[in-house]
Structures are given as C-alpha cells and as structure tokens.
Design a protein around this ligand. Structure first.
Ligand SMILES: Cc1cc2nc3c(=O)[nH]c(=O)nc-3n(C[C@H](O)[C@H](O)[C@H](O)COP(=O)(O)OP(=O)(O)OC[C@H]3O[C@@H](n4cnc5c(N)ncnc54)[C@H](O)[C@@H]3O)c2cc1C
Length: 409
C-alpha cells in the first residue's frame, strides 16, 4: 500500500513515523516548506496524556527517550488567571494521570519535536513540494499534483496540510474553520530576560493568563528544557542534530478584532518588530513587571495569528482521501490540545492502515472506524478549547460557562 501524506507538520510526520514503525515502507510525505522549517516553529506545545501516549505509540524507543529528555516536566496541572495589575482572578486546577511519573512529558519545544519526528525519515519527506490538487481514479487510487509540475499516485492520500488545507478546499470546500474574531501575536521571550525584567516569582513556572481591562489578553507559558536538545540527541540518537533554543516563555497576546484598531490586511503584514511594539503600546498601562515579556520578545519569533475553530467536525467520505489534524479539526490554542489531537489521529490512522495492509479490513472500513473515533474526540477537544476561550480571552459563545465548570473538563 502506497501512502501519500500532504503536509509534514506534527500530524503528518507522526503518521509517517508510526507507519514506518509498523513496517510500512511505501510512504511519501510532501511538505511545502524547506528542510529548515517554515514559520512559527519556535514555540512551546503543551503535551496532554493522550498526546504523549500517541507519540509513544508512533516513535521508536530511542526517540521516545529523546522526547522525554528534551521535554519540560515541571508544570503541575492547572493554570492561573490575573488581571492586568496582577491581582489573581482564578486558579482552576486540572488533574493529570501522569503527575508524579518520572518520564512525564508536559511540554515540548515545537522545533525540537519537529527534529525528533523527522529523525530517520530522510528518504520519506520531500521538502519544498507544494500540493495543488488531487485526482481520484476508477481503480480507487489517487494522484497528487504539485506546483513544480510533478505528480505522485498512491492508494491513500492523507490530508495533513493544516488549518488552510488545500486538500480540504478541493474535497470539502464548505468545511473551512470559522474565524472566532480574535487576533493574536505569538511570540517567544528568553526566560532569563523576562525574569531579569521583573516577571514575578509566582508567574515563572505556571501557565498564566492575564485578562486586561481593555479587551487585550496574554497567555504565558514557560518552556524549561530538562536537557539541552543537542546534548540529549548526541547521547540518545547519534547523528541527529537538534538546535538549542534556550529556556523561554511563549506568549500569545490576543485582541478582539473590533478592538484591534487595524484592518486585517495591515495586521497580518506586520513585521515581528512592529507586532512587538504594538503589544508594548497596548499594554503600556499594565503592571510594569509584565513589560519585559513584550520588550524582550524575539522579533524573528513573533508572528500574527488568528483563532479559528471547526464547527462542527464532520467525517469525510470513506474513500482514499483521509483527513488528519487541523485540516479537519481546527481549534483555538486555549485548550492546548490541537497538536495533541493531530497526534492522536496519527496513532489511530496508523493502526487503521496497518490493518488494511494486513488484509484484515477494507480501506473503507478502516477509514470509517478511524473517522468515527476522530470526530468524537476532536469535537470534545474543540468544545473544551472553546470553553476555556470563553473565560480566558472572552470569546462570546452562546453557552454560559464558568472557570469552575471548565476545571472539571
Ligand atoms: C499560538 C498557538 C499555540 C498552540 N499551542 C498548542 C499546544 O500547546 N498544544 C497543542 O496540542 N496544540 C497547540 N497549538 C495547535 C497546534 O499547533 C496545531 O493543532 C498543530 O500544529 C496541527 O498539526 P497538523 O499536523 O494538523 O498541522 P501543521 O502542524 O500546521 O502542519 C501542516 C503542514 O502542512 C504543510 N502544508 C500546508 N499546505 C501545504 C501544501 N499545499 N503542500 C504541502 N505542504 C503543505 C505546512 O507547511 C505544515 O508543515 C497551538 C497553535 C497556535 C497557533
């Protein structure tokens, strides 16, 4: 069985790892960006229990060990919310079945995870190849077309091309994610600089939200590496080169579109410096101890984002074009589960395709079963992310929710 994967992001690479682990070798992953990676590789990802399990399901043991070694294990369940003068508002707690486990992976650096997911896939991932359209054939096979004029034909084509999926635009044009009306500035600030500039002790090692009185919000998340990625890779996966970004805070500063004061086309064309200055200006009245988070943000790691959600998630047909990750279920980052859900898809689709390859089920049966489960858990993940978005960044949703209810999710 030949499997073509469109998109070498988190979900597509995890799928390729899983299929390889399971002994399937006829796989090609097509990624539009170069080997050095695309935009927005530099931030932290929270890893949920389900996401960690999926990573362990698809990775060989030495890469699991590398994942653990390079992760952040410290963030105990829960998050705190403060107003912009740093008065505490809420502190809902979450239980995590992994608490106390020595090899718990609570968060990872996205670039490091990408390096780990790429390990051993040298002959599989084709960089700089942009998918444009597909064609299905009577014999059930499917051909992918690329901007460079090349094509590839396989038995399965997996749409792992993210929130703006070109595959989805062709086969499910009505399924695009809904704009939640929030614009964000995603950034990275070196941890030592934020602390030297006054970030208070009680905010340093927690996932915190700052809810401004002016329609602006900040989500701040620490990333402290257990071991430096380059050293851990040298020991656990010789030959694999990982970069050391240093400990940092990831921040997402968000503003409702009506409070942005700028049209979208100008906001999305702003440089990292301009976005940093915009956030500094909009938070001038905030507590001075927060200033360093914005003032020391790295311009090359500062990007505009919009928050979107797929409402509702629906299964595609059970043919050879199979969706995975943000392409089928986009959610706001407030729940910290978008990538985890894509990883879960990758592990689930691996298991489904392995059964097809062994002749145990038909492709249609496998794809139907995978999608039935995927629609259920991704819908729950979107609902949870929207509930948190409602009280943390005040997205106006119909259903009334309170932090106490959210903490039980
Ligand atoms: C600010 C922010 C914070 C987040 N934090 C978290 C978190 O803490 N935890 C969490 O679980 N999730 C988080 N997420 C969500 C997470 O980043 C996504 O859910 C995840 O990346 C989805 O993975 P994916 O593989 O579906 O898509 P992606 O990782 O986006 O990968 C898609 C890939 O497809 C490629 N591609 C696109 N079009 C084409 C084409 N035409 N041809 C070839 N290749 C193409 C892209 O270049 C990209 O590499 C966050 C998101 C944001 C914006």
């Amino acid at each position: 069985m030949r499997v073509i994967v469109i998109g070498g992001g988190i979900g597509g690479l995890a799928l390729a790892q899983g299929l390889r682990q399971a002994g399937l070798t006829d796989i090609a992953v097509y990624e539009r960006s170069g080997a050095e990676g695309g935009r927005m590789q530099g931030y932290r990802l929270r890893v949920s229990p389900e996401g960690e399990q999926a990573l362990r399901d698809v990775l060989p043991q030495h890469l699991q060990d590398l994942l653990t070694a390079t992760s952040d294990d410290r963030t105990e369940g829960g998050l705190d919310a403060y107003d912009d003068q740093l008065e505490q508002l809420w502190a809902p707690s979450f239980t995590d079945p992994r608490d106390g486990r020595a090899d718990k992976v609570d968060a990872v650096d996205r670039g490091t995870l990408r390096g780990i997911l790429l390990a051993g896939l040298g002959g599989v991932v084709r960089f700089g190849r942009t998918f444009t359209r597909l064609e299905r054939h009577d014999d059930g096979r499917v051909t992918a077309y690329f901007t460079d004029g090349t094509t590839d034909t396989g038995d399965v084509l997996v749409a792992a091309d993210g929130v703006n999926s070109t595959v989805r635009a062709q086969v499910r044009p009505d399924d695009a994610a809904t704009d939640l009306g929030v614009r964000g500035i995603l950034s990275r600030t070196p941890r030592d600089k934020a602390i030297a500039a006054g970030l208070p002790e009680f905010m340093r090692d927690r996932f915190v939200y700052v809810i401004g009185g002016d329609g602006c919000h900040l989500g701040l998340m620490p990333m402290v590496f257990r071991e430096q990625p380059s050293e851990a890779a040298a020991q656990l996966s010789p030959g694999l080169e990982l970069h050391d970004p240093g400990d940092y805070y990831m921040s997402v500063f968000s503003v409702h579109r009506e409070n942005l004061g700028l049209p979208d086309d100008i906001f999305f064309a702003m440089t990292g410096e301009e976005l940093r200055d915009f956030a500094l200006e909009r938070t001038a009245a905030w507590h001075p101890d927060l200033k360093g988070v914005f003032a020391h943000a790295e311009p090359e790691e500062t990007h505009p984002v919009s928050l979107r959600a797929t409402l509702p998630v629906t299964a595609w047909d059970t043919g050879p074009v199979v969706p995975l990750g943000d392409a089928v279920h986009t959610m706001p980052p407030t729940g910290g589960v978008g990538a985890n859900t894509a990883l879960r898809d990758a592990a689930g689709l691996t298991a489904a395709l392995v059964r097809v390859d062994r002749g145990e089920v038909s492709l249609a049966q496998a794809v139907a079963g995978y999608q039935e489960r995927m629609v259920a858990y991704s819908t729950a993940a979107i609902q949870m992310s929207l509930k948190i978005a409602k009280w943390s960044i005040q997205i106006d949703l119909a259903e009334e929710q309170t932090p106490a209810e959210v903490s039980g999710v």
